[in-house]
Design a protein around this ligand. Structure first.
Ligand code: GTP
Ligand code: SF4
Ligand code: MG
Length: 409
């Protein structure tokens, strides 16, 4: 697998290209990637569905470029659908490029700039087709608020230098949070400390490999000079006995939490991969609140179980079998459970009492935070699989006791 495709999608900086039809969004992507990533034509409305392209933008690292349909698409129903897809792309975007034709800034551009500003999205204004612009500096025609809020690049996608100019603008404007690598767990350990990872190899474990959160956790520990001891539930007691000193932390797969909590002595901090990823990717404080709220629900509850990807459920699937079983045992058989998968995260959340979300390993942090925000705006509590399982097994407080948590962490 080539290097540029090897970074998981959720870890890439998502860069979206937005603007009216025919302004040159696709041409700019092609200039940046130096290949025909997106179809270009003089016909307005050429790009219909979002087109994604993963690449390595050194020294920034892995990025995902998202080309979108023009926001001024006026074809009744079809146009509305395309605009909805572009809205979804905005929500996944870490850094937006607002593309306009040099010299023709107008209402659509104002609206986009205002939306980025409201959402707190960093954006770059790209004034394209500079070659067609007669006299004067097109930058001067922009509203003051836009000139103050964003870096402005004037270029022509047809110019051989366009790719390099755009690349520099992206490097200048990438959000600081993307440059800082956030620790998954190593900040919770003492210097050169030890964590024991409990990784059950059962029929749900993929053949011949570990899953992404496990691999990322091990890498984070190794990067920080810590020691990662990997074991399974059956060997855990023996593994702890073999260590000369107590580990700083035991991290377990959520599904084995109950059994592992019985084995690990009370004076050794214990948590799960899901809890760590709630902190790393989303907002642990909000998800913890959601898990506590779950314990106050009763048989009248309506719960949404949401997964960020679509995958074929296996016999003992966590989202469709295990969690519903635990929920019914705790709250009663009469509860209503609904499911959402992939990008189909419902807009009308206010009728639910709780959203239980998967770990969201295919979402970037912004995508996950966007979903949490949607829940918050609808007044619906939200938690994740790991915290919900911990709550339903009566070990929620122990699983978070060792963590310094907070929205921004
Ligand atoms: N003169 C000139 N033409 C350009 C420039 N950039 C793009 N074009 C032309 O503008 C037309 C539209 O370009 P696209 O890249 O398809 O524009 P788009 O914004 O992706 O358009 P939609 O997909 O329809 O929304 C094509 O004919 C391009 O060759 C430029 O800098 N100068
Ligand atoms: S269901 Fe969620 S956590 Fe599981 S693989 Fe898909 S995105 Fe990742
Ligand atoms: Mg296009």
């Amino acid at each position: 697998m080539s290097k540029e495709l090897s970074a998981p999608k959720g870890m890439r900086l998502h860069i979206g290209f937005f603007g009216r039809r025919n302004v040159g969004k696709s041409s700019l992507i092609n200039a940046l990637t130096r290949q025909q990533t997106s179809i270009v034509s003089a016909q307005p409305g050429t790009t219909t569905d979002p087109v994604e392209k993963a690449m390595e933008l050194l020294p920034l690292g892995p990025i995902l470029l998202i080309d979108t349909a023009g926001i001024d698409d006026d074809q009744a129903d079809l146009g509305a659908l395309r605009i909805k897809r572009t809205d979804d792309a905005i929500s996944r975007t870490d850094l937006a490029l607002l593309v306009a034709e040099a010299g023709s800034w107008g209402r659509y551009e104002d609206e986009l700039a205002e939306r980025f500003r409201k959402l707190g999205k960093p954006f770059v204004v790209v004034l394209n087709k500079a070659d067609l612009c007669q006299g004067g500096d097109a930058r001067q025609c922009l509203p003051d608020a836009v000139r103050e809020a964003a870096q402005i690049v004037l270029l022509s996608a047809l110019n051989p230098e366009a790719g390099a100019e755009l690349r520099q603008a992206l490097l200048d404007c990438a959000p600081a949070s993307f440059w800082e690598s956030r620790p998954i767990v190593s900040d919770l350990l003492s210097e050169n400390g030890t964590a024991v990872l409990v990784v059950p190899i059962d029929k749900e474990a993929p053949k011949g490999r570990l899953i992404l959160p496990q691999v990322q956790t091990i890498r984070d520990l190794l990067d920080a000079g810590c020691c990662a001891v990997v074991t399974q539930t059956e060997q855990l007691a023996q593994t702890l006995d073999n260590l000369k000193t107590k580990p700083d932390l035991v991290i377990t797969d959520s599904q084995a939490f109950k059994r592992v909590a019985e084995i690990v002595p009370a004076d050794i901090p214990l948590t799960s991969f899901s809890v760590l990823f709630a902190r790393y990717k989303g907002d642990l404080a909000t998800m913890l609140e959601g898990a506590r709220h779950l314990l106050n629900l009763d048989e009248t509850a309506r719960i949404l179980i949401a997964e960020a990807c679509t995958h074929h459920p296996i016999a003992e699937d966590i989202g469709t079998v295990k969690i519903p079983r635990l929920l019914k045992a705790k709250l009663g058989e009469g509860i209503t459970i609904e499911h959402a998968q992939g990008r189909d995260f419902p807009e009308n959340l206010q009728d639910y009492d709780l959203v239980i979300h998967c770990g969201g390993c295919t979402l970037n942090r912004r995508g996950m935070l966007h979903r949490l925000q949607a829940c918050r705006e609808s007044g619906v509590a939200v938690t994740n699989y790991g915290l919900a399982i911990a709550a339903l097994n009566g070990i929620l407080e122990r699983s978070v006791a060792s963590l310094r948590y907070g929205g921004a962490k």
